[in-house]
Design a binder for this molecule. Structure first.
Ligand code: G3I
Length: 339
């Protein structure tokens, strides 16, 4: 904390001099937005429907962040739920918004076993390979030049570091990973291509497996440029051990790292003590990224407790975001950004 303040002060001064600071925040809000206190990208997952229908949601997103990640709009199950029938409406709206507000976009996600249409999972191997290549090429080309980074493969490991037994692995073998990076790179050579996963924040068998795979792929000349550390944490399980060391070791492989989906869930109802623990977790996540030169992005999985995936998936837990349901900054936000 003590070491951080002078850096933030200097950045804030620079931001004010550059005229970046806007004075339109609600009274309870910090006067300097998150995106102005660091030179890294600061993002949030976003849902097109809230962007379209909730002006206060849109205003806070616009004010605080300079990267957006479509929460569901670019997933296969959204863009081509029925074979040959594409729905780009949500993805297009988010990309248009990002361009209009000068934000970058993290594309999420090209190859994932979840939210995968049944028709894809049912294909025989040779057809699956052709369809997968088409899916990647079509989607990446559609947004060519408008996506800074793509989550190319998502969640391909088990907790013990073995490969998850997905339909892609069963039918195409482990080599599909190298192939999909090559196809994505051919479609947009300028985008940075990531592998993304959860429970790889600290050093453990799963992050060891990611480390080993990235090392192998780099040696083979596969165009992988980054590792996305999702950072879905819970105050019940302790802060991941050796987080900063893990980020640093990954960057030594010659890739960027990004915190891609940060949230810290709480057994509800939240109280002051739980919110304080949450603030400490968010602060450690933030500081670790700030401390590692090639940690290029800090993105949260949504920014308001009004809309979060957590209560649906973990009944009895929630309040996982930086802003409350009324879009007021929580202790976690104020710990990261006291300005
Ligand atoms: O859009 C339909 C709607 O038409 C329908 O009425 C409703 C009924 O349940 O479902 C809606 O779709 C839901 C979708 O979110 C949009 O709200 C899906 O059922 C639901 O499964 C889906 O959940 C998403 C989840 O990924 C599914 O895989 C969450 O919003 C999203 O936050 C979550 O995000 C994942 C990342 O992609 C990868 N890492 C983990 C992270 C959290 O699980």
């Amino acid at each position: 904390m003590l070491r951080r303040i002078p850096i933030k002060r200097a950045l804030m001064t620079a931001a004010i001099v550059a005229g970046i600071v806007v004075g339109q925040a609600p009274a309870a809000s910090a006067s300097v937005p998150l995106k102005a206190i660091t030179h890294k990208y600061v993002g949030s997952a976003v849902a097109a429907q809230y962007l379209a229908n909730e002006p206060d949601y849109r205003a806070v997103l616009t004010r605080e962040f300079d990267n957006v990640t479509p929460e569901n709009e670019m997933k296969w199950g959204t863009v081509e739920a029925v074979r040959g029938q594409y729905d780009w409406s949500g993805a297009d709206a988010i990309v248009r918004y990002a361009q209009a507000t000068h934000k970058t976009v993290r594309g999420h996600t090209l190859v994932w076993h979840s939210q995968l249409p049944d028709w894809v999972a049912a294909l025989p191997a040779d057809e699956l390979r052709r369809v997968l290549r088409d899916h990647i090429t079509t989607e990446v080309k559609r947004y060519k030049g408008k996506i800074r980074a793509w989550d190319v493969v998502n969640e391909i490991f088990n907790e013990d570091g073995t490969r998850r037994d997905t339909v892609f692995r069963q039918k195409l073998g482990d080599g599909f990973v190298a192939d999909v990076f090559r196809w994505a790179h051919a479609a947009d050579p300028a985008a940075t291509l990531y592998i993304n996963d959860y429970n790889i924040e600290g050093i453990n068998p799963k992050s060891d497996a990611v480390y080993d795979l990235v090392k192998t792929l780099r040696r083979q000349g596969v165009p992988i440029g980054g590792v996305g550390v999702q950072a879905h944490l819970s105050i019940q399980y302790g802060f991941p051990g050796q987080y900063r060391e893990n980020l640093a070791r990954l960057t030594k492989l010659g890739v960027d790292v990004a915190v891609t989906e940060a949230d810290v869930r709480i057994p509800t109802p939240a109280d002051a003590a739980k919110l304080d623990t949450q603030a400490s977790y968010f602060d450690q996540l933030w500081d670790g990224c700030q401390a590692v030169r090639r940690c290029v992005e800090f993105t949260t999985w949504g920014f308001t407790d009004r809309h979060s995936w957590v209560p649906d998936v973990f009944p009895g837990e929630g309040a996982a975001c930086l802003f409350d349901e009324n879009l007021q900054p929580k202790p976690a936000y104020l710990r990261i950004n006291p300005w």
